[in-house]
Ligand binder design. Structure first.
Ligand SMILES: NC(=O)CCC(=O)C(=O)O
Length: 260
């Protein structure tokens, strides 16, 4: 089955959820007008990395963000890999990915597993405990958040459990563009699956984010790549290609897990 995908490579207004909801709505509408089946938003797109204020501006049990995504998905008839938001709970604040289908059902919540110390996440956030597998229209996908892509075992587990495409939401800053592209391409090649990665653009007080959102096929070829500006990056994925590539070089059949 073929799917048209949109990466919403938006700037994020630091610590300003209301403005970010309004902006995201416009981008989701654009993705729907471009006949996309699925749109993905970046990491922490409601607040940015305004970590010291998350108790104030984070979203109580992600209720407002879920409601926003459900309404947008239904109104514009598009599946949403709704990026991640700061979800406030009794156990602390999580960096939580929200997936909502075009009927407005909340299909999955995934909490970022690996916290990124270089951006102080460990001081303000809790790490998750559950996987990122989800289903849309009877197809299996996976999701991870930003720094998670440095952990190939975590993505491999998604692929072993049936994910044919991995969605990545990110706020990945300079100077690590080379790491971003190389790691994402490697995850696509080694797992012989699509990788769809949405990074933000713009600046916050500590970082400059370079965009370069990517849609990569199971052979490791780049289908679409963003610039450093705000834009919608679109591309078509064909899940049949996953089996074709896996039949050509049968990496999954040739694995020898008893040795590793
Ligand atoms: N928000 C993040 O997890 C950033 C990860 C990152 O920049 C990296 O180099 O890893």
């Amino acid at each position: 089955m073929k799917w048209k995908i949109a990466c919403i490579q938006m700037d994020i207004k630091y610590g300003n959820p209301d403005k970010n909801y309004a902006e995201a709505r416009k981008w989701i509408q654009k993705a729907a007008k471009a006949n996309c089946d699925i749109a993905i938003l970046p990491e922490l797109w409601t607040t940015g990395y305004d970590l010291t204020r998350l108790f104030e501006i984070g979203d109580e049990n992600a209720k407002e963000s879920v409601r926003f995504l459900q309404n947008a998905a239904k109104e514009f008839q598009i599946h949403l890999v709704g990026g991640s938001v700061a979800k406030k709970t009794a156990d602390g604040i999580f960096n939580t990915m929200l997936i909502v289908d075009r009927e407005g059902q909340l299909v999955k919540e995934y909490d970022k597993l690996h916290l990124f110390k270089l951006m102080d996440e460990h001081l303000y956030l809790q790490g998750g405990k559950r996987d990122g597998l989800f289903q849309l229209e009877n197809e299996t996908f996976g999701t991870v958040i930003c720094y998670d892509i440095r952990f190939p075992e975590w993505i491999r587990k998604l692929a072993l459990n049936g994910a044919k495409a991995i969605f990545v939401s990110a706020e990945w800053p300079n100077p690590r563009l080379h790491h971003w592209k190389t790691l994402l391409t490697a995850r696509a090649i080694e797992n012989q699956c699509y990788v769809i990665a949405c990074n933000r653009v713009g600046r916050d007080p500590n970082n400059h984010f370079f965009g370069h959102s990517l849609i990569i096929d199971p052979w490791g070829e780049i289908i679409a790549e963003g610039t450093e500006n705000e834009q919608l990056i679109t591309g078509e994925i064909d899940l049949e290609t996953v089996s074709k590539v896996r039949n050509t070089i049968p990496v999954f059949a040739d694995r020898l897990p008893e040795f590793y």
